[in-house]
Design a protein around this ligand. Sequence first.
Ligand SMILES: [Fe+2]
Ligand SMILES: [Fe+2]
Length: 152
Amino acid sequence: MGIVSAFMENDHAYLDRLWAVFLNERKNLARSSGRLARFKRRLKLHVRLEDEFLFPRLTDYCGLAKNTGLTGMARRDHAVILKLLGLVEKAYRDRRFEKVMLAGGNLDRALKKHRNREGAIQYPVSDRFIHRSEWRRMLIKVYGRAINQKMI
Ligand SMILES: [Fe+2]
Ligand SMILES: [Fe+2]
């Protein structure tokens, strides 16, 4: 697995762990709001890395115009994913936990489908031309200097 795939797949798994922790504690209000906020923060960083840095670079490399093809599709997927997360947040604020699970299930499915495509196309293609130093610069822009060096 290349450096882009390795980091991104790892981050998907990390996001899944944050999500599972939230779901486990969803009725423990003192803890779960922080868990949900943490998941959202980290998901938004992942999306920012893709939308603002990685995928524009990928379309550029492929000689495509911005927001066409796969990059545009990913951007639209991200908007849907964040909208579904908004529904989870609303149901959570209203303390409607069955609705949290329902909207959460929709979010899960949207994420899975979206990630399958990223893992099959965007990431492996990026692996072929993004060098370690460029990748490191992108990651620092999004995650800051504290990014774990072992992950790059
Ligand atoms: Fe994505
Ligand atoms: Fe992703």
